[in-house]
Design a protein around this ligand. Structure first.
Ligand code: AMP
Length: 585
């Protein structure tokens, strides 16, 4: 499967032909001075001429802004083009050129699928608390003002690479990805999903970049307009093109030149380097707290991959977070196509620090293949029964004894659908800082760890903030007080908002073409309202019966009725091994 990947920018067209299955780049070119010496049409005709001897199966287009409308790579048709056009006002320097590239390429390659891969897609499901600016809600909605985030293709790719390198499921990791290039951004990747990122409505927010200022008090813009008499375009030019490393150093946007000048004693160059590193460190601390910890930190992009001195500046003095950089490994690390991931932390470092060579084009090629490849559609594997989990509690032996007395036994009330599981007659009260919820049922049998599962609505009633977690993963979750007939227990951790999941027997997993820890989308059918749940986790065990578990809030949103079933839409198993997205019709 040969994929032509086109990145059509304002002044250049970069393209590659990639064999997406064996990850070989067959051709790589850049056409410069597009718009000046050559039109986009002419430039793309050059591309066609260059790839004639390569049989192209599909074209993948990089599209910068897909707003919150595109959370996955999407097959391009006229409707999709119109929808991309809607977001042009938020990315005037990028989307018009991406769209022009799409229009010309569709004419030149009319008989093969074209797929749009969005920089924003990976962040499209970012939690609301991270994507919202605290301004008037109506105005924000009207003008689509929110944080969209960019570099998503790169953050997604390097996170997959890191998980494969660490030989751990991405769904278990809390990663801070630092994409440090001419454009630079950070991303908190929690269980494979972007939950925070430093770029916002446009790629201007966040880190100090080559020519962009990054974070800035909005008051600065007002002040420049009022006091320095700068017009809109002048402020735009200042913040996007003449700030960042370039503005601070007065040398240019290339860190190599700035590092050389700093070594010669240039104070502006030193200040630029120090500001760059400081801003990145600030974000690392922030994301370690928003995720409640961190397992791995990734450095990528031109600076992250190549500047050992900047890596060292950024990663030093993080012992308090459990990070110990190995100076020698850092010094010697040279990532390459052959060795795209290198660990630069000491073996005992609790948090792994990895230098990862990013490859956005390969990721675009893989996603294009996944979307364009229709042959893998399989037969409808049948409906998935849905069960609504009311709030409930799992207890360990000691906690149960503290709450109900040494001699108490967990009493069977009724069987649950999962073999061996039962609802107990005993109930407990949850006591939160704001309110209490009485009479919450305990589920048996007793477990090795305490776990209290509540819905979002319950969280707000109790006045607590619980992380969304897979059942069983309670480390660093929220605290909760349990009140029983014989005692009160304060749990330091154990409160979670359970992640929706599907229990599957091993045979079911085969039939549905999925595996343990896959994430799928499930459409709810048979009810009054069409709703598709994303990020549904697959849990496979020979001891499970087929059933999807959602909480009461989710069931209400779906207006679930007795006739409702789940229908697998597809499995998004696009990971480091280039597996295909399997469509279930
Ligand atoms: P990117 O936008 O990811 O291609 O990154 C390009 C930037 O990486 C350049 O502008 C440089 O600032 C930086 N860079 C590349 N190589 C080095 C290096 N060996 N040392 C320091 N900075 C580098």
């Amino acid at each position: 499967m040969r994929i032509l990947v086109i990145n059509c920018g304002s002044s250049s067209i970069k393209y590659q032909v990639i064999d997406a299955l064996n990850e070989h780049c067959l051709l790589k070119e850049t056409i410069e001075k597009v718009g000046e010496e050559v039109t986009i049409d002419k430039a793309l005709e050059q591309v066609v001429a260059a790839v004639t001897d390569q049989t192209i199966d599909a074209v993948g287009h990089r599209v910068v802004h897909g707003g919150d409308e595109f959370s996955d790579a999407t097959l391009i048709d006229d409707d999709v083009v119109n929808r991309i056009e809607k977001w042009t006002s938020l990315a005037p320097l990028h989307n018009p050129f991406n769209l022009q590239g799409i229009a010309v390429a569709r004419k030149l390659f009319p008989n093969i699928p074209h797929v749009a891969v969005f920089d924003t897609a990976f962040h499209a499901r970012m939690p609301r608390r991270a994507s919202t600016y605290a301004i008037d809600k109506q105005l924000a909605e009207q003008h689509k003002i929110k944080r969209y985030g960019f570099h998503g293709t790169s953050h997604n790719y390097v996170a997959h690479k890191a998980a494969a390198f660490l030989q751990r499921p991405l769904a278990e990791l809390r990663i801070i990805s630092l994409h440090l290039g001419n454009g630079a951004s950070t991303c908190a990747v929690e269980m494979g999903h972007s939950t925070e990122t430093s770029m916002g409505m446009t790629p201007l927010e966040g880190l100090v970049m080559g020519t962009r200022a990054g974070d800035l008090d909005a008051g600065v813009v007002l002040h420049l307009q009022r006091e320095a008499n700068l017009g809109v375009d002048e402020v735009d030019q200042l913040l996007n093109r003449n700030s960042g490393l370039k503005g601070l150093s007065g040398i240019g946007n290339d860190l190599r030149d700035i590092e050389a000048a700093a070594a010669e004693g240039d104070d502006n160059a030193r200040a630029a380097i120090a500001s760059f590193a400081h801003r990145v460190r600030k974000y690392i601390g922030a994301y370690a707290s928003t995720m409640g910890g961190v397992d791995a930190i990734i450095l990528t992009g031109g600076i992250g991959e190549n500047s050992k001195t900047m890596r060292r500046r950024i990663m030093q003095r993080f012992g308090f977070l459990g990070i110990t950089l190995d100076e020698d490994l850092n010094h010697d690390a040279e990532v390459s196509h052959e060795q795209p991931v290198i660990c630069i932390s000491e073996p005992h470092s609790r948090v792994k620090v990895l230098v990862v060579k990013t490859n956005e084009e390969l990721m675009i090629a893989k996603q294009t293949l996944a979307v364009a490849h229709k042959d893998v559609e399989v037969e409808n594997p049948g409906p998935i029964p849905i069960a609504v989990s009311a709030r409930h509690i799992h207890l360990d032996k000691d906690t149960f004894a503290e709450l109900f007395g040494e001699d108490a036994e967990l009493e069977h009330y009724k069987d649950l659908s999962q073999p061996g599981q039962f609802a107990a007659t005993q109930k407990l009260n949850l006591v939160g800082p704001r309110n209490r919820i009485d009479g919450v049922r305990i589920l048996g049998p007793l477990r090795s760890k305490n776990q209290v599962e509540v819905s979002r609505t319950d969280e707000f009633v109790l006045g607590v903030d619980a992380p969304v977690r897979d059942s069983g993963r309670v480390k660093d979750s929220a605290p909760m007080t349990l009140e029983g007939p014989k005692g009160t227990v304060h749990l330091e951790e154990g409160l979670i908002c359970a992640r929706r999941h599907i229990h599957m027997h091993t045979d079911d997993a085969k039939r549905f073409g999925v595996k343990h820890n896959d994430e799928v989308e499930v459409a709810i059918v048979g009810g009054p309202r069409d709703l598709v749940f994303g990020d549904v986790l697959i849990r496979v065990s020979p001891g499970y019966a087929l059933e999807m578990h959602i909480d009461t809030d989710e069931a209400n949103a779906a207006e679930l009725s007795k006739n409702s079933d789940g229908q697998l839409v597809y499995t998004d198993v696009l990971g480091a091994n280039a597996q295909l997205k399997i469509k279930h019709t």
